[in-house]
Ligand binder design. Structure first.
Ligand code: 13P
Ligand code: SF4
Length: 301
């Protein structure tokens, strides 16, 4: 009898489908994927694939972005409830108010956001290109939505701009405290601390390196250190340990991203088989949101 993995492989071929997975989904789903990466890499892969169907092992905004970039393709999410809490933590109304208040304003939207928020934004960013893109914008005032922690990090890196923070946050990364990190540092005094910019400023201050999931993985590969404390969702530990068997990794995260963990191998199989749950974005929203995503892909090159 066919194993689930074999079934997935067969269905991918039959349907000319590609399986994209984020580093936070369960290990066995990452193993079955054609491409695993951070949000920027996955959006590029979604844009350039010639598959007829994209199965996105990730949360809603990821599937939505893939559909916005590929209106002609079937895009399916293995779990329709897998969502990113932060994606909803900004309002179109507030964006409109800011546009009235500031003349020279760019609205910069973290890709972890709903399609609706993208429609009122000038450009999207991910954690790996936010600093580069904000620096390249001609505007002096930047309203950065929805993540307040990433906004604060960008403000520190690009001091010449006036960055207006929104109050959204990732419940997973925001929950890490400086106390917990200091305790872990005492337990592992030789370890370097690598964190995601969705963590709070007090945690970022203690870090040896700040970057996206892919950047954390690349940093750990080339670093001379042998031990690392990891301040991002524990799903990255799979890739970190696989590609660095001689190094040690310890998570400082008090919780995982439950939505990413909803994406199981069985659901990936079912999504391929039954072509569910299809992502739909109405055309007016799609066209406007695509502008912000395309601008990101152009400026991040
Ligand atoms: P990356 O783009 O760094 O993979 O981050 C995605 C995310 O959801 C972080 O919480
Ligand atoms: Fe959203 Fe946080 Fe989960 Fe990333 S880890 S998908 S930002 S809730």
């Amino acid at each position: 009898m066919e194993s689930i993995k074999e079934e997935i492989e067969r269905l991918k071929k039959e349907k000319n489908a590609v399986l994209l997975a984020h580093y936070y989904v369960p290990q066995e789903v990452q193993e079955a994927a054609d491409y695993v990466g951070d949000s920027y890499y996955l959006s590029k892969m979604a844009k350039q694939t010639d598959a007829d169907m994209i199965v996105f092992a990730g949360v809603a905004f990821m599937g939505e972005s893939a559909k916005i970039l590929n209106p002609g393709k079937k895009v399916v999410l293995p779990d329709e409830k897998a969502d990113c809490a932060m994606a909803h933590m900004a309002s179109v109304e507030k964006v409109k108010q800011m546009r009235k208040k500031y003349e020279d304003l760019a609205v910069v939207c973290y890709i972890n956001s709903t399609a609706e928020l993208k429609t009122v934004s000038d450009v999207c960013v991910t954690s790996s290109n936010a600093v580069k893109i904000v620096s390249a914008l001609p505007n002096q005032n930047i309203f950065f939505i929805p993540d307040g922690n990433l906004a604060a990090y960008v403000a520190e890196q690009v001091p010449e701009k006036h960055i207006i923070r929104n109050e959204g946050y990732c419940p997973v990364h925001d929950a890490v405290t400086a106390d917990a990190v200091n305790k872990a540092k005492k337990e592992h005094p030789k370890a370097q601390l690598l964190v995601h910019p969705e963590c709070t400023g007090e945690v970022l201050e203690l870090a040896d390196f700040v970057g996206s999931t892919s950047e954390i993985i690349s940093y750990a590969k080339q670093a001379e250190a042998r031990e690392f404390l990891i301040g991002t969702e524990e799903g990255v530990l799979y890739e970190l340990r696989k590609s660095n068997p001689q190094k040690k990794f310890y998570s400082v995260m008090p919780q995982c991203c439950r939505d990413m963990k909803l994406v199981t191998l069985e659901k990936v199989r079912d999504s391929l088989k039954e072509e569910k749950y299809q992502v739909e974005v109405d055309e007016e929203t799609r066209v406007l949101a695509q502008k912000a995503l395309d601008k990101m892909l152009e400026l991040a090159k």
